[in-house]
Design a protein around this ligand. Structure first.
Ligand code: ADP
Ligand code: MG
Length: 669
């Protein structure tokens, strides 16, 4: 059977309840299940107990000497205890809360026990018992799971599915399978879940990584080709002299002069809009380089040529900030600008929906609320996505636009090294804003230990006394993304230390309205110190803030620290970034020396382990199941080359398999 013809519920022992758990893990069909790969592997090998030290993790095989005694405790807890002969030693084994295993024990049977050895009491506190003998070294995949579903049952389902399948779609063209002597896809998947040795596991991984990257690059090439080929849906815009004059007039009205790079980016946009190719442009610019104003000009051009614009930001705070910014820039214009965010009242929302639907709005600014199902646009000509890496896949596809395909601009403050940009943003055109607005001073970055905290407090005091403001970023604690306790504690401490000032607090557990209010208070200087988690990380713009103190700075990624630092230095005032850490890592030293976002992201890319690309949450299609862009970059480049060959020489785009694969690919953002 092909994997597509089997349902999850066809699997033995998989009921409705397990199905819900699998759904929770993102597994909705057999294909999801088969590609639910182990996140790591354990190598199981038995040890000699005679040499084991206190509390060592051990794996032993032995003969069951006594039937276990079961002791029950309150709260449904229990303990099994039995004796086991391990070669010439008799040990006691205890395992908690596995009372249900009692009946599996037989005296004289060989079993495998995994646990911690308490040599003083000659006891193994077991974490797992297998009722067979571990004959040689065994490699076992470890799956992440959710409570209610054991790791073992995931593998059982996977293996059942594998038994039913006699074929799995392989998207590597036969030509390259042969060329690289890749193993068969079904075998590769089997080995990934049940590896017998390291060598074949590696081969299987390479096969699946290559396939994943091949598909990824194929989608990118396809999108690019598609965009170049489809002129039918292109917007008709009249870009003439009067329009250019209006643009120049707006430039004159700004309180500042645009930088060369900003002007070039606006020109790029004009050229795109004039051409008969749909715009798909990424504007990369370091934090504080002034991307928003470029976006504002794009909306202005779009407005002047008769279309509606949508400007999407990742957080409500940011959406509101953009909204106020737009309102301010266009205060003397008759342009209808609205804000649509989650906390917009229902009544207001309905009014806005109506206006979007009938084309009564010129520029709509908002969050994800802009792409809810019930929002329909009339004449939407431009979509701008700010901090694009924060959004998931196919969001633009969700924009229900009547008739036309809008132009698209993405803005990102996490610059990506050119080689990488060429591949992962391969279907986009790039504008880079490298220069910062003139008059900005370099942010002074320093690393301080916890003992030197009084110096830091003095600096904050000095800045506050000069009517400036400060951010204090709460340390990260593992497993607690919100850092709730930390921000609360810090607020208390700072309020004590700075009695004459107001200390605000911002964290992820607050409602959106609360967050907005806190940000508003801070931007109006009603609070002078803002204690926050990383929610202030993106985009927030308060010019008067001149200090940012980041506790436990070592725990943050390089790009993330650079983003946080970008909260200050947003005016001509001298600003400071203080990183608190008792042992300064290489990352912190790089940050201290360097303020070029492009360089920093390159360093980050080099330093960072697998997974988390550029310190930003990856969106949908960029989240690979097997490959990772850093370690497998060479495979990616190969795949890119091979995709081009496959399109040009193997004609794969006419092959039904690939047509189906690419059928619903609209974009990769
Ligand atoms: P980012 O690129 O990080 O999104 P913003 O667009 O928020 O940066 O701009 C940062 C600040 O710089 C804003 O307050 C903006 O008004 C200001 N700004 C933008 N361009 C210029 C310029 N050419 N000269 C002076 N200030 C500018
Ligand atoms: Mg921004």
């Amino acid at each position: 059977m092909e994997q597509n013809n089997i349902e999850l519920l066809d699997l033995k022992g998989l009921g409705k309840k397990s199905l819900l758990y699998l759904n929770k893990l993102g597994i909705f069909n057999i294909n999801d299940l088969l590609t639910y790969y182990p996140y790591r592997y354990d190598v199981l090998k038995t040890v000699d107990l005679n040499n084991a030290v206190q509390d060592e993790k051990v794996i032993v095989c032995g003969v069951v000497e006594t039937i276990p005694t079961l002791i029950r405790f309150r709260g449904n807890k229990n303990k099994l205890t039995f004796r086991l002969f391990v070669s010439d030693m008799l040990v006691k084994v205890t395992i908690y809360n596995r009372g249900f295993l009692k009946h599996n024990f037989e005296i004289g049977k060989i079993i495998t026990v995994i646990g911690k050895y308490d040599s003083k009491n000659n006891t193994i506190i077991a974490s797992d018992i297998r009722f067979d003998e571990l004959k040689e070294v065994k490699i076992e995949g470890v799956y992440s799971t959710t409570s209610g579903l054991s790791k073992k049952s995931i593998l059982i389902y996977i293996n059942e599915a594998l038994e039913l399948c006699n074929n799995i779609d392989d998207y590597i063209p036969e030509y390259f399978n042969k060329k690289y002597k890749f193993m068969n896809k079904l075998d590769a998947v089997k080995i990934i879940h049940n590896p017998s040795d390291i060598n074949s596991l590696k081969q299987a991984q390479i096969k699946l990584k290559y396939e994943e990257l091949f598909i990824f690059m194929l989608k990118i090439e396809y999108l690019k080709k598609n965009r170049e080929d489809s002129i039918d849906s292109v917007l008709i815009r009249n870009i003439d002299r009067t329009l250019l004059q209006k643009i120049n007039k707006l430039k004159q009205e700004l309180p500042f002069t645009l930088t060369n790079d900003q002007n070039t980016a606006i020109d790029d946009i004009l050229i795109d809009m004039k051409s008969n190719k749909r715009m798909n442009r990424m504007i990369q610019g370091d934090v504080g380089s002034g991307k928003t104003i470029v976006g504002i000009f794009a909306c202005f051009i779009n407005y002047l040529t008769g279309y509606m614009s949508a400007f999407m930001a990742p957080t409500e705070i940011l959406a509101r900030q953009h909204y106020l910014n737009f309102k301010n820039i266009f205060k003397d214009y008759n342009i209808r600008i609205e804000l649509l965010i989650g906390s917009t009242t229902k009544k207001e929302k309905n009014k806005i929906y109506d206006d979007l639907n009938s084309g009564n709005i010129d520029i709509i600014i908002g969050t994800h609320a802009l792409i809810q199902d019930n929002v329909e646009y009339k004449n939407l000509g431009l979509v701008i996505t700010d901090e694009q890496h924060r959004f998931g896949v196919n969001q633009r596809a969700n924009l229900k636009n009547k008739g036309i395909m809008p132009d698209v601009i993405y803005m990102s403050a996490t610059p990506i090294p050119r080689t990488y940009a060429l591949t992962i943003y391969g279907d986009m055109d790039l504008s880079n804003i490298k220069t910062r607005p003139s008059g900005r001073k370099k942010i002074i970055t320093d690393i301080k230990t916890n003992k030197e905290i009084t110096d830091v407090l003095k600096l904050i005091k000095y800045e506050l006394d000069h009517n400036h403001q400060a951010y204090v970023i709460a340390p990260l604690i593992d497993n607690d993304i919100d850092n709730f306790d930390n921000v609360i504690n810090l607020q208390k401490q700072f309020q004590l230390a700075f009695k004459n000032f107001n200390v605000g607090i911002l964290h992820g557990k607050m409602s959106n309205e609360e967050k907005d209010k806190v940000m508003l208070d801070f931007s109006k200087n009603k609070t002078q110190i803002l204690i926050s988690t990383t929610v202030v990380e993106v985009g927030v713009d308060v010019e008067n803030a001149t200090v940012i103190v980041i506790f436990d700075a070592n725990k943050f990624g390089l790009s993330q620290l650079h983003q946080l630092r970008g909260r200050v230095g947003r005016s001509t005032l001298q600003s400071y970034c203080i990183l608190i850490s008792d042992n300064a890592s290489k990352r912190l030293k790089i940050l201290k020396e360097c303020d070029d976002g492009f360089k920093i992201s390159e360093e980050d890319f080099k330093l960072r382990g697998s997974g988390d690309l550029f310190g930003i949450r990856q969106s949908g299609d960029m989240k690979f199941k097997m490959a990772d862009l850093q370690n497998d970059f060479k495979i990616l480049l190969k795949a890119k080359e091979d995709v081009e060959y496959s399109i040009n020489n193997l004609n794969i785009l006419n092959d039904e398999k690939y047509i189906n694969l690419l059928n619903n690919v609209n974009n990769l953002d």
